[in-house]
Design a protein around this ligand. Structure first.
Ligand code: P6P
Length: 340
């Protein structure tokens, strides 16, 4: 027997992958690499707390509402603390935008060259029923000179200026999926070793598919174009798959092909999802994987942010499906995505 089979290789760790890929990155000074490690560390800690939430008193509502007016779960607050602390202690980030904080968060790292926009725990209302949830993040280079706090201009950059973006899905397994603009790679967490291992190298999303993800409970409030597109999906025997957890729906469609839509509705004229720390990150990833993302008319990553918590409609997934949806939306005067 080949003795190597006695000790099969465990694979490439995230750390080793980041170091190998560092040369691909124009700012290969190791700072972005360190930043990605800081995010991975926080993800490991949050993963542990999510997995124990039924056993220790951190499940359920926190008793506050965040800047979005949404009821904060205890784990929303915990995840926010964990990611902010990891980014502050890592030293590479000068300023953070978080779904859980109305204002910019200054880390005190005035020499930090990066800004991070983050949704620390998206879909957290699903925690108590054991549905997959996620963390979503975007990374930008600051525009202002180092030596001072980050500015609003540093934070309100269009998605095309992202230098990296990713998400963590806390599901049947925990995965970190990210891009630095050179393709998309997925890493699966091995808790017994405390490491993320490369499990999905160079992810590409199918050009088409037969899955549509939308909350049809809101269909009474859909525009004519959306109503027509949903009818088209049904006429073509697409499967409806809507988990109600953005990262879980996005991740499935990324791997299998499909389209996720959170449209503008009469109830929510700007849609529900946030441009800076939900839409842009997933748009960067899907484009790097060969897919497409828009607000139904305009490319997501070209939408000009006005406020830290701008909302935007999101049409994201397989290119052919997004194109078809945009055809239906073009037949009506689709509401422009505006700020919250
Ligand atoms: P609705 C969770 O609150 C979230 O931000 C996404 O994770 C999810 O896709 C969406 O909202 C669900 O919203 O209005 O369909 O319940």
């Amino acid at each position: 027997m080949d003795h190597n089979k006695l000790a099969l290789p465990v694979g490439t760790t995230l750390d080793r992958f980041i170091m190998r890929k560092q040369e691909d990155f124009p700012y290969a000074t190791g700072e972005l690499s360190q930043l990605l490690r800081d995010i991975a560390l926080a993800a490991k800690i949050v993963n542990r707390e999510i997995n124990r939430s039924g056993l220790i008193d951190i499940a359920g509502a926190y008793g506050n509402r965040n800047v979005q007016g949404e009821e904060q779960q205890k784990l929303d607050v915990i995840a926010n603390i964990r990611f902010i602390r990891a980014l502050r202690n890592g030293g590479e980030v000068c300023t953070i935008i978080s779904e859980e904080d109305e204002e910019m968060i200054q880390t005190g790292n005035c020499q930090g060259k990066y800004v991070v926009a983050i949704d620390p725990l998206d879909g957290s209302s699903n925690i108590d029923v054991n549905v997959s949830i996620g963390t979503i993040f975007s990374i930008y280079r600051r525009i202002s000179a180092t030596g001072c706090e980050g500015t609003l201009e540093d934070c309100l950059q269009t998605g095309t200026h992202q230098v990296a973006a990713g998400y963590v899905i806390y599901g049947s397994s925990t995965m970190l999926v990210y891009t630095t603009g050179n393709g998309v790679n997925g890493f699966t967490y091995e808790p017994s070793l405390g490491e993320f291992f490369l499990s999905h190298p160079q992810i590409t999303t199918p050009k088409s598919g037969a899955i549509y993800s939308v909350n049809e409970g809101s269909s009474e409030h859909f525009s004519e174009g959306m109503t027509a597109y949903i009818a088209y999906c049904k006429q073509n025997n697409y499967s409806a798959r809507y988990i109600g957890s953005l990262v879980a729906d996005f991740h499935r469609n990324l791997l299998k092909g499909g389209i996720y839509i959170y449209p503008a509705t009469k109830k929510a004229p700007q849609g529900k999802l946030r441009l800076m720390y939900e839409c842009n990150a997933l748009a960067f990833i899907v484009e790097q994987a060969g897919g497409k993302s828009s607000n139904g008319r305009t490319r997501t990553m070209e939408q000009e942010p006005v406020g830290l918590h701008d909302r935007s409609p999101l049409f994201i997934g397989s290119t052919e499906l997004v194109n078809k949806a945009e055809e239906f939306m073009a037949k009506e005067h689709a509401p422009e995505a505006t700020t919250a």
